[in-house]
Design a protein around this ligand. Structure first.
Ligand code: SAM
Length: 221
């Protein structure tokens, strides 16, 4: 749960620094039409993703977990008019809500939404020889994080950036004995990144209106 102070500071920074326009507000509000209301990133986190993708010079972005497309819109803006975002979503209902939001935001021509289990959609992209991605945002079902990382490694170029959301699990991530498959999904992906000779990575904890959480950022050498 977010403390009042965390919320107040998030509101201050968001209102001062972050341009959340009406299309993004529409996308955020449409979360209640999805299967997972309030699961989108905060506005300042969306802006952070946009900046990271821009710093990485990303033209092609792959996202695991669309929901209402809130983060997707930030990423689609990051890649610019010539860029492309592929976003993978299990639930047809969420994908439909997201596509309506992409239309409102004027970025639907930059985004391809693929409906189905993301492991299967990613396998198809690998099989079809998809052009390499520059930036990957992993934000779907947490037990599958290791599978998503493995797919991302087959779908990215050297220098690509991989961001994994919701890695703190209320602190349970530090508990090796946790029986929560989401915790084990985060622990396993952290171990995979650490063990991979071609990846550099770190994790950062965050507080804010979404509570206490954090993300892993990794980069391919
Ligand atoms: N990235 C979104 C944002 O910040 O606006 C939030 C994504 S939400 C945390 C997680 C999404 O992953 C949900 O829409 C859920 O339906 C989807 N999801 C869950 N399991 C999935 C799977 N196996 N394959 C693809 N998507 C899945």
């Amino acid at each position: 749960e977010a403390s009042d102070a965390w919320r107040t500071v998030d509101r201050y920074f968001t209102s001062t620094l972050v341009g959340e326009d009406s299309a993004l507000v529409v996308a955020r509000d449409s979360g209640d039409k999805t299967t997972m209301p309030n699961a989108e990133v905060a506005a300042n986190q969306g802006a952070f993703l946009e900046l990271l993708a821009q710093i990485a010079g990303a033209r092609r972005v792959l996202e695991f977990g669309t929901l209402a497309g809130y983060s997707t819109i930030w990423l689609a803006r990051a890649v610019g008019e010539q860029g492309h975002v592929i976003t993978l979503e299990l639930e047809p209902q969420n994908a439909a809500v997201a596509e309506a939001n992409f239309h409102v935001a004027g970025v639907s021509h930059r985004i391809e939404t693929i409906v189905g289990p993301a492991t299967e959609s990613a396998e198809r992209l690998i099989h079809d020889g998809a052009e390499p991605f520059d930036f990957v945002f992993i934000d779907a079902d947490k037990p599958n994080n290791p599978a998503y990382l493995a797919a991302a490694l087959k779908l990215t170029r050297s220098g690509a950036v991989i961001v994994i959301d919701n890695v703190v699990r209320n602190g349970a991530v530090a508990d090796a004995a946790s029986a929560d498959p989401r915790v084990q999904g985060v622990r396993a992906v952290a171990k995979d990144i650490a063990a991979h000779p071609g990846l550099d990575g770190t994790a950062i904890q965050t507080v804010g209106e979404k509570g206490w959480d954090g993300l892993i950022i990794a980069r391919r050498r």
